[in-house]
Design a protein around this ligand. Sequence first.
Ligand code: TRP
Ligand code: ZN
Length: 479
Amino acid sequence: MPRSVRLVPVMAATTLLLALTACDDGGGPDASGAPGLGDPYFPKAGNGGYDVSHYGLTLAYTPQGNRLGGTAVVTARATEDLAAFDLDLVGMDVDEVTVGGDAAEFRRDGQELIVRPSGTLTEGETFEVRVRYSGSPRTITDSDGSKEGWLRTADGALALGEPNGSMAWFPGNHHPSDKASYDIAVTVPKGLTAVSNGELRSERTAGDGRRTFDWHSAEPMASYVATLAIGHYTVTRPTVTRTADTGAGAARNGVLPVYVAVDPSQVAAGRDVLARLPDVMEWADTNFGPYPFSSAGAIVDRPEDAAYALETQSRPVYPGAPDLETFVHETAHQWFGDSVTPKTWQDMWLNEGFATYAEWLWNEDEGGAGAQERFTQLYDHGEDEYEDLWAFPPAKPPTAAYISDSPVYQRGAMVIHRIRTTVGDDAFYDIVQGWAAAHRHGNAGTADFTAYVEQQAPDEDFDEIWADWLYGEGKPQRP
Ligand code: TRP
Ligand code: ZN
């Protein structure tokens, strides 16, 4: 769901548009990977010169004193010769870094952890970086005032990473364009549970009562949808059976492992909506195509633990028992955002426009207001509820502070609806499913999307939709 208030306007986007080619010295003995990927909104997010394939995190957390420590093993392939490269990490103390088992020099500079291995890595080489670190992970305040990163809760902690928060709890290539598989093993004090993405591989209790939870995500995951929730949870594992033709995803034997962790104070309030998880998943399968991940579930914390829900991969986080629309929204993000992930933060409307439109479709299918009704209502009276609805076009938020505002969500959904009314329902659902299939487990941007729609409906003219609704300033003409 949209994050509510934007508090602090920041610098103009143009000042953020840094070309990073200047840092790319193109080989030679001092070649170092760029300190950022030049994202239009977060230029320092991610790093150049390598591609991560896997994160192996082995961590321990103690709520008392907020102490996190352990090792991150990052497996990556060099995309150029590298004498040095960066990882993103804020806060925490780095105790040791090795590359390929050999001690490496390292230093910190803002969010950059700069690593200089004992020898140069060659283009194409796969290497393993091991970072041993510890400390009190930080909460990050975004330019719109939202809190992310590491949030402390009454009985533990909650890690949320959109757009930049994951660098508060593990070193990595923190940009949506570099997706990887994950193994996250977390040891917590006696009586607590540690929940993360994917499948619970094992749960062990040590002699002192501390427990280790070992989570595995096989499908590629962007670090902004990685999560970790530590606390007291009531866990249920409802059975969701899939038949092969409704798209079992990677689920084995037609049974999808589902893990739902609910703060005990939210169990009663959450019961009805969570009971609909199988229905919502089946509805989404039917409309969007096969579910992309090999497990599912939810994490429900207390309302005060976070200010917004987040589509953490395979296991969305809800601050308090969700309403059904929010539940549908985060479920839809599993296809639009988590499986098909934006190339840059400018493509955010593809996530939020689709997830918001999914709420409209759900209501329509449940016999509530139709999507056309929602569209018309927004067109005529949208500013009553969303003051800034026409403030900027969905594909061009003015700065990073605006990427979760209503033009991205509601006007983004209106773009999707305009496509639907242009092509008709049959072609529309083909486009939605085709888009999710074409970029399954990958990355795609706005230009990819408009090209895909045009290619799927060659007889239609989308110029006005793109020019006025997607990229145009101000309120478009009534369609
Ligand atoms: N993606 C979340 C949702 O709609 C909301 C959100 C949280 C968000 N943090 C963000 C959106 C940062 C954009 C940027 O469910
Ligand atoms: Zn969303």
